[in-house]
Each structure stands twice: as structure tokens, then as C-alpha cells.
Design a binder for this molecule. Structure first.
Ligand code: FAD
Length: 499
């Protein structure tokens, strides 16, 4: 059942029919990392990815020979899990820190633009009476926040994150800092979250009895979301290339352009739509049968489902989940005024009740944020990345053609940066719509059939700093279950752990 990884064929074009110990479905970071760990421990692994390319929401693009990440472009350094993986992959030297310029918050009516107080956890100011916080909140808002450590712990003890922040820190902290940061990082509204949704925050709050003191602790320990980030010299997409190479070396069968459409326990009959049924005599009870869009089938003892929530729900027969969409529109712009980094590394856009004139929810000034992009800056070329799609709304650019989307992004960039950028300065554009996970954990609330495990950001939390350790835990759990089945029902199976 399990075999030595070194004996695996590397032929990714091998026929799909067959029996692999573990099928990993989904070749985003979660699936790639889980497949790697499983294969390193000696499991036979096949990885099935629907798209032509691996990486999922980590993806490289280029505009006019200028490379950029059109999905994730950095990772949070909290916890050290990403750095540990990069070290294993020999990529530690590729880690780069963003320029220490900080980012800004701009209101959607373009009336206010202030630097974001540095290193606050999800926007909670660690030093409420600092110059940066006073600028962001005004004197009243900063003083209201500053009294928070004096409030009894009973204030804002329970409830959604927005209620807790409003009760303890005031409405300005919520509207001007926390909401834009949460929307930017988690693509969700604080009303949809609790303190527990933010790694480390609930524990630190319980310990200190104050959100401000908790934010200070987390800043010092760098364990919370929304703190320090780092990137890779070759872009985050270089991690995908490296993981793919490693899977090939480990003998993992990688099948791209292979969309999984159904999963069946092999002791249950397959519906006609999922491809030819396996002849009765050839069925092996207890194995999972995986059907793909091209009607191929394969068997596996265990399945790691590393697909987004709405796909997992469909494959598991759970109630439908509607995914949230975001669109990234990246512009290559030649304008020397951008060298001055008018909004530091970028800006988050805070919603306003009246007359919004900016529809983007965030802008990253890529060529300023990443110091390794000096050559492009020297050539006067700048990459601006705008993201669209607030909670519960389709991205404003979704239905626009490329021309109109470029025009929209240029107007938003001009308003966010406080510069009138000319259409003639635009050298090119790339765009991509992504589905983003909710953090509702709706599908995880259903019991899973034996042999199936779930990986990905909707299970472990948004962002690579949560996805990577989560996928590693799933690989370890899957392996432990396989070991149990090897020692129990299949005494001839072999396992050759490599760690
Ligand atoms: C615009 C954007 C910017 C982001 N920026 C950052 C950032 O800077 N830092 C950060 O840490 N995080 C960032 N994130 C979040 C981060 O990208 C994700 O949390 C992470 O990449 C999710 O990885 P995953 O493997 O769980 O899911 P995915 O990357 O979505 O991978 C799932 C894979 O499953 C495949 N799949 C789907 N259906 C099937 C099927 N039926 N059969 C086979 N395969 C299937 C998909 O094609 C995909 O490749 C960003 C996300 C977005 C959208």
C-alpha cells in the first residue's frame, strides 16, 4: 500500500487509472506542502490540480517583462512556519523584507490619507498616544483608545470582533483602522469574526485583560496576524516552482488540468455521470474512487482535499457555499513622481457612508515595497496592484472589459496616491479574479467520512503563515491514519519515513 518514495516514477503523464496511497486534490500551497510531507515520509502520492498551473492563489504573471505576483505576494513571519519550510527547501537566502516605509489608510471619499500606525495587530494601535495614532484617529479617538487598559475585562468580553473593538477601543479604531485592515488581510468584515479568528489575539487578551497590551505583546513576539511580513526575491510564485521540483524529485505523480468531479467510497456504486463504473470484482472495499472531468478514475486509501471551501462542500455533498470574489488589477506605470512613494508601500481604503470615490479596497506599490525591484524603479517603471471586492459584493471591476478596468484602476490609484496619473503613462495591465475563502468553517462543521482530510486556508486560516503549518498537520494526521491501517488491515504495507 505504501512504498518507498525513491521507487516512484516521476512521469507526470502516467495513466491516471491506478491505486495510490494518498490522493491530494488541489495543487495550491496547501496541497503542494501536504503532498511533499506525505511523499517525504514514504507514502505514494498523486496530486490532482484542475488548472494548467500549480500554485492556486500564489501565481506569477508579467507585464512587459516585469514579473509580479498576481495573488499572494508576501507571507506573515509570525510563528516561523513559512521560514522553516523555506529553509528546508534551501530558499532562506531568497527571503526579503519590505521597505520600512509603512502603509497608509485612505478614506473612500479620498478626503483623508494617514499613515497606518506601525505594527498594530489587525489595526489595534499598540501605542494609542503616538504621533501616528493621533494622526489616524484624531485627539478624541486616540484618547478614547488610550483608556482601554483601564476598562474592566467585562467590557467587550463576548461578541463579534466589531462589537469587542467598538466597546473597548471606540468607533474610530474600528472604522479607521481595524475594519480596513481586516478587509485587506482577511477579506472579511470584523462583524464576521471573533477575537479567536485572529491567531494569538484571544490568548494574549485573556492574559493581559487589555487589547492594547495584547497588541504590544504580539508585536514583541510577532505571533499575531497583521504584523510583520516578508517576501521572496523571485516573488512568492518561486515557492511554487521550488515545491513542484521537489515533488518531481520525490516521485509524486502530479497531474495538472485534472479537475476532480466526484469522490466515492468504493463500496458504494458510482452515479452514471462520474464515468465508467469499476467492475464489481475489481473493487477494493474501503478505497476512495476519484473521478475526474475527463472521466478518468483512480483509487486512493486516503484523500487530502486541499481545494477551496465551495469545491470541498460540493465534493462532500455538503450544502452549497457561495465563495467571495476578489479581483486584482495590476498596472505597469511610468511616472517619476511614483519614485517618491507617496503612500509608502501601499494603502488600505476605509469605507465611508457618503460619496465614496475610490472603489478599490487596497493598493500595493509593488516596486516600492520590495527593495529587490530597484532596477525597475531606476528605469522609472512602477507596478501598482489594486484589489477589488468587499465582503458580500462582487468586485467592482468584475464586469468591466480590460480597457474600462484599466481606467477604473488608474482613477483609484490616482486618488489613493494623491497624484493625477495619466492614461498615457500606463504600459500594461494584468488582472485576475480569485475566489477567497470565508472563515465560516461551515463545511468543517460536518463530520468527515473516514480517509478524508481537509487542508487549505478555509480550514487553517487565511494566508501562508496559517496554511503551511495547517497542511503539514494534515499530512501528519493522514500519515498516522495510514500507519494505523497498515498495521491493522494491511500487514504487507511498507512505510519508510524520511524525517
Ligand atoms: C488576491 C490575493 C492576495 C493574497 N495575498 C496574500 C499575501 O500577500 N500573503 C498571504 O499569506 N496570503 C495571501 N493571500 C491568501 C493566500 O493566497 C491563500 O490563503 C493561500 O494561497 C490559499 O492556499 P490553498 O492551497 O488553501 O488554496 P488555493 O491556492 O486556492 O488552492 C486550491 C487549489 O485547488 C484547485 N482546485 C479547485 N477545484 C479543484 C478540483 N475540483 N479538482 C482539482 N483541483 C481543484 C485550484 O485550482 C487551486 O489550485 C491572498 C489571496 C488572494 C486571493
Amino acid at each position: 500500500m505504501l512504498t518507498d518514495a525513491a521507487q516512484r516514477s516521476t512521469a507526470s503523464g502516467a495513466p491516471l487509472e491506478g491505486h495510490d496511497a494518498v490522493a491530494v486534490i488541489g495543487g495550491g500551497i496547501a496541497g503542494l506542502v501536504a503532498a511533499r510531507d506525505l511523499a517525504r515520509s514514504g507514502a505514494r502520492v498523486v496530486l490532482l490540480e484542475a488548472e494548467d498551473d500549480l500554485g492556486g492563489r500564489v501565481r506569477g504573471e508579467s507585464i512587459d517583462d516585469v514579473a509580479l505576483d498576481i495573488g499572494a505576494e508576501s507571507f506573515a513571519t509570525r510563528g516561523g512556519a513559512v521560514a522553516a519550510l523555506l529553509a528546508e527547501l534551501g530558499m532562506s537566502e531568497d527571503i526579503v523584507n519590505p521597505a520600512p516605509l509603512g502603509s497608509w489608510v485612505v478614506t473612500a471619499d479620498a478626503m483623508r490619507a494617514v499613515p497606518l500606525p506601525p505594527a498594530g495587530t489587525i489595526g489595534i494601535p499598540a501605542t494609542p498616544l503616538s504621533w501616528a495614532t493621533l494622526r489616524a484617529l484624531g485627539v478624541l479617538g486616540a484618547c478614547r483608545a488610550a483608556v482601554e487598559p483601564l476598562l474592566p475585562p467585562s467590557v467587550g468580553r463576548t461578541g463579534a470582533l466589531d462589537e469587542v473593538i467598538r466597546a473597548r477601543l471606540g468607533v474610530r479604531v474600528l472604522d479607521r483602522l481595524v475594519r480596513p485592515v481586516v478587509l485587506g488581510i482577511h477579506s472579511t468584515d470584523p462583524a464576521e469574526m471573533t477575537l479567536r479568528s485572529v491567531p494569538g489575539l484571544a490568548e494574549a487578551y485573556k492574559r493581559r485583560g487589555s487589547l492594547i497590551l495584547a497588541a504590544r505583546d504580539l508585536r514583541a513576539s510577532r505571533t499575531a496576524a497583521g504584523g510583520a511580513v516578508a517576501g521572496l526575491r523571485g516573488g512568492m510564485a518561486s515557492l511554487v516552482t521550488r515545491l513542484r521540483d521537489e515533488l518531481d524529485q520525490l516521485g509524486v505523480t502530479v497531474r495538472t488540468s485534472t479537475r476532480v468531479v466526484a469522490l466515492h467510497r468504493d463500496d458504494t456504486p458510482a452515479p452514471a455521470a462520474s464515468g465508467p463504473a469499476v467492475p464489481e470484482g475489481k473493487r477494493t472495499p474501503g478505497l476512495w474512487r476519484i473521478s475526474t472531468a475527463d472521466t478518468a478514475q483512480l483509487h486512493a486509501d486516503a484523500v487530502v482535499l486541499a481545494v477551496p471551501e465551495h469545491i470541498a462542500a460540493r465534493l462532500l455533498g455538503h450544502p452549497e457555499v457561495t465563495p467571495a470574489e476578489v479581483e486584482v488589477v495590476a498596472l505597469l506605470v511610468e511616472d517619476p513622481r511614483l519614485d517618491a512613494a507617496p503612500r509608502g508601500t501601499g494603502a488600505l481604503v476605509a469605507e465611508v457612508a457618503d460619496a465614496p470615490v475610490i472603489t478599490a479596497k487596497a493598493l500595493t506599490h509593488v516596486t516600492v515595497k520590495w527593495p529587490q525591484r530597484g532596477a525597475e524603479r531606476a528605469a522609472g517603471r512602477h507596478v501598482l496592484r489594486l484589489s477589488y471586492g468587499r465582503l458580500g459584493r462582487a468586485p467592482e471591476t468584475r464586469e468591466l472589459d480590460d480597457r474600462a478596468a484599466t481606467a477604473r484602476a488608474l482613477i483609484d490609484a490616482s486618488r489613493i496616491l494623491g497624484l493625477e496619473l495619466s492614461p498615457s503613462a500606463v504600459r500594461g495591465m494584468r488582472r485576475r479574479v480569485w475566489t477567497n475563502s470565508s472563515i465560516s468553517h461551515a463545511a468543517t462543521s460536518h463530520p468527515l467520512p473516514p480517509g478524508i482530510t481537509l487542508a487549505g486556508d478555509w480550514v487553517s486560516g487565511t494566508g501562508l503563515a496559517s496554511v503551511i503549518p495547517g497542511a503539514r498537520r494534515v499530512a501528519a494526521d493522514t500519515l498516522a491514519a495510514l500507519h494505523r491501517s497498515v498495521s491493522g488491515s494491511t500487514p504487507t504495507g511498507e512505510v519508510h519515513p524520511q524525517r
